[in-house]
Ligand binder design. Structure first.
Ligand code: PLP
Length: 401
């Protein structure tokens, strides 16, 4: 990471400048896409110098093979590390690759981990159905119940993983409390910070050990690529980087370039998404055709106080239930003119998901109800469109139920 005052503290300044060398190849302003799998050596001596064992700070800055590193990818890693106030980061091929790589690297047979019932569905399925094949056991605790979480810790517990805010109910973790619990029991803590982004929350500054992102979402910001990231200390990221060379979940250089381009406007986009989120959540909460709204910026949200203490903005995701049945919810969705029906979040375009049909379609109706996913539940992921236009669109679509 470059160590200039430009890269410290101001997230928009860091988003534009961090990780990028001031003078680049061919005097290019933008970081080039280094589209290669292989890096060559001019002489055997050059190769010898490169492979000689050195201390971290004396290592020669160059690459050897695409699975071990790429300059465009490294620029993203340094930028994301700066934004989340970590020492270092790895960029991987998707958000799920970040989750699975972290778990497969840090845990081994006989280990135990704790996660919450509000974890991203893919994460829950991986922990409950895939990890037991390797002799790794997971306990799922109720999100927000810190006593239950602490009681679930065993002598072989190695990791506590949570999201904050969670998807789709936007529960927020008391990050200081979680970090302290981890330190008390010598257990690593990790936060999936996808929904918050480093603009709204920086879990590492509370003592959380690792931060994960689905970079596919807000960081890249344009719904045009898949990537994930893990940010943390040099020691932990070095372990994850070494495992990445074996597991092979590398990010593509072209995607890395698009992330560099997208992330430069992160703070501007998230500021607009925060304002859209709060305005729409307040509007929906007052609307007679809406039964219930989940948004951490609303006083009615269970974790509003925690969100106020740990976040500088409440994000662009608002979940709500339509007053009525599934057919009413579908009528509302079909009437909308701005948000499109789709499964993701974090892009510049607003997107809306009827969750029982999207993300949870393969889950049995009983399990869906257990998870709180009713047919009338809708997740609205706001883009950067004008607030007034979004409010007008919500009003006209609700009027058609
Ligand atoms: C909170 C969270 N974590 C992880 C993921 C997985 O990310 P990806 O789709 O990039 O694999 C998602 C995807 O929706 C998510 O919402």
């Amino acid at each position: 990471m470059t160590n200039s005052p430009l890269t410290n503290n101001a997230s928009s300044t860091a988003a534009v400048h961090a990780g990028e060398k001031r003078f680049r190849a061919h005097h290019s302003l933008t970081v080039p896409i280094v589209q290669t799998a292989v890096y060559t050596f001019n002489t055997a001596q050059e190769l010898r110098d490169y492979t000689e064992e050195r201390m971290f700070w004396e290592q020669i800055e160059r690459e050897e093979y695409g699975r071990y590193g790429n300059p465009t990818v490294r620029a993203v890693e340094a930028k994301l590390a700066a934004l989340d106030k970590g020492d270092d980061a790895i960029l991987v091929s998707s958000g799920m690759a970040a989750v699975t790589a972290m778990l497969l690297t840090l845990l081994q047979q006989g280990d135990h981990l704790i996660l919450t019932n509000e974890s991203y569905h893919g994460t829950l399925v991986f922990c409950e159905e895939f990890l037991p094949r390797f002799g790794i056991e997971a306990s799922v605790v109720c999100c927000g119940d810190y006593d239950q979480m602490e009681q679930a810790i065993r002598p072989n517990t190695k990791l506590i993983l949570s999201e904050s805010p969670t998807n789709p109910f936007l529960s927020c973790m008391d990050l200081a409390k979680l970090a302290a619990m981890g330190k008390r029991h010598n257990v690593l803590t990790a936060i999936d910070n996808t929904l918050a982004t480093p603009v709204n929350a920086q879990p590492l500054t509370y003592g959380i050990d690792l931060v994960l992102h689905s970079v596919t979402k807000y960081l890249a910001g344009h719904n045009d690529l898949m990537a994930g990231a893990i940010v943390g200390s040099y020691r932990l990221i070095d372990r994850l980087r070494q495992a990445q060379a074996l597991l092979g979940h590398v990010a593509d250089p072209h995607a890395a370039y698009l992330i560099l381009r997208g992330v430069k406007t992160l703070a501007l986009r998230v500021a607009q998404q925060n304002s859209n989120g709060l305005a729409i959540a307040r509007f929906l909460e007052e609307h007679p055709k809406v039964r219930r709204v989940w948004y951490p910026g609303l006083e009615s949200h269970r974790d509003h106080d925690v969100a106020q203490a740990t976040m500088t903005g409440y994000g662009g995701v608002v979940s709500f239930e339509i007053e009525g049945d599934a057919e009413d919810a579908y009528r509302f969705l079909n009437a909308l003119e701005i948000p499109t029906i789709g499964p993701s979040l974090g892009g510049v375009e607003s997107m809306i998901s009827p969750l029982a049909l999207m993300g949870y379609a393969n889950v049995s109706p009983e399990e869906r109800l257990r998870l709180g996913i009713r047919d009338e539940l809708i997740r609205l992921c706001l883009g950067i469109e004008d607030t007034a236009d979004l409010l007008a669109d919500m009003a006209q679509a609700l009027a058609q139920i």
